[in-house]
Every structure is written in structure tokens, then in C-alpha cells.
Design a protein around this ligand. Structure first.
Ligand code: CMX
Ligand code: CO
Length: 148
């Protein structure tokens, strides 16, 4: 089996707007229990913890190389994550793709007829700029575009 290394001099994939997996987000019922499990199982520790009022969630970011595991729990009943937990139970909620320019990546999705959840980039956790893409557009995966 051959392997073609599609990288340019800067180490980026050719032409891709995606520069890194920023985070894998997992919806959990008990944030502290999930943090403890990751610590016991992997020695993983919390690099950042934050309540994001606008999304009705509290999240803990566990650093993995240049990326994060984002443990996510609702802070109120009308949070989208509360609805998710109720309907589907605990599990992978979304994937955060890191991009250099969130607005540009969002426009690229709109240009191919994609359904976006944010018409324009907005503030995310840890000072990032983010925009969400509807899972029905992206093969059943809720995507968060993350610009640091
Ligand atoms: N991943 C994949 N599919 C999902 C999903 C998810 N996380 N959440 C809902 N869906 C699917 C449902 O299964 C349902 O599909 P069917 O119609 O086939 O049954 C459909 O999407 C609609 O689901 P719903 O339960 O009615 O949910 P809503 O439309 O009310 O909300 C969504 C879903 C994606 C629009 C909403 O979660 C949203 O706006 N998310 C963006 C913001 C967000 O997730 N914030 C929290 C994280 C913040 C952070 O990371 O910092
Ligand atoms: Co996220």
C-alpha cells in the first residue's frame, strides 16, 4: 500500500482550510466524574474549565498534544446538550476543526449550499472564535469551526 504525504512546506494539507483537530466533544451527565475517569484511566488533567453561558454548558478541556478532549455538560434544562443527553444519552456530541479563518471556512460551507447554525463567527470557549455547522449538512456530525 502506498502512502502519499500531501503536505506543503508549512506542514499543512494541500489547500485544506482545516489545520488541526481542535477538540472532540463528549456530552456527559456528571462533569466531575468524567474528569476523574480520564485522570484515573489516562493521567489526563484539566487544562481549562469554563461555563459558556450562551450555550448553557460547562466544559473541561483535557489537553492531548495540540488538541483537546472537551467534556461537556449542560448548565440548564433548555441547553442543546441537555436535549442531546435526554434523546441520545452520553457520547460524542461534536467535533471541533481548527481553522485559520473561521469566517472564510463558514463562507465556504455556505457556498456549497451547506446549512450553518451561526450566520457569522461568534465567541467560543478559551477566547476562540467559532461557528457551528448543522449535522444534517455534514454526514451526521455536528461540526464546530474553531479559530484560535
Ligand atoms: N450530533 C449529530 N446529530 C445531532 C446532534 C449532534 N450533536 N444533535 C442533534 N442531532 C440530530 C438529531 O438526531 C435530529 O436528527 P433527526 O431529525 O434525524 O432525528 C436532528 O439533529 C435535530 O435534532 P434535535 O434533537 O431536534 O436538536 P435541535 O435541532 O434542537 O439541536 C443542533 C441540534 C445541532 C441544531 C443544536 O445542538 C445546536 O444548535 N448546536 C450548536 C451549539 C452547541 O452545540 N453548543 C454546545 C457546545 C458549545 C461548545 O462546544 O463550546
Ligand atoms: Co466544542
Amino acid at each position: 500500500m502506498s502512502f502519499v504525504n500531501m503536505q506543503d512546506d508549512a506542514g499543512q494539507g494541500y489547500g485544506s482550510l482545516l489545520t488541526e483537530i481542535d477538540h472532540v466533544a463528549i456530552a456527559v451527565n456528571d462533569l466531575d466524574a468524567a474528569i476523574q475517569w480520564y485522570r484515573e484511566a489516562f493521567g489526563a488533567v484539566v487544562a481549562h474549565r469554563e461555563v459558556v453561558q450562551s450555550d448553557g454548558v460547562e466544559e473541561a478541556l483535557l489537553a492531548v498534544a495540540e488538541s483537546y478532549v472537551q467534556l461537556l455538560t449542560p448548565t440548564r434544562d433548555d441547553s442543546t446538550v441537555a436535549k442531546y443527553l435526554e434523546k441520545k444519552g452520553e457520547g460524542i456530541h461534536h467535533v471541533g476543526y481548527r481553522v485559520d479563518d473561521c469566517a472564510k471556512a463558514l463562507e465556504a460551507i455556505k457556498a456549497i449550499g451547506g446549512r450553518v447554525l451561526d450566520e457569522a463567527p461568534r465567541p467560543g470557549s478559551r477566547g476562540t472564535t467559532v461557528a457551528f455547522v448543522h449535522p444534517k449538512t455534514s454526514f451526521g456530525t455536528l461540526i464546530e469551526l474553531v479559530q484560535e
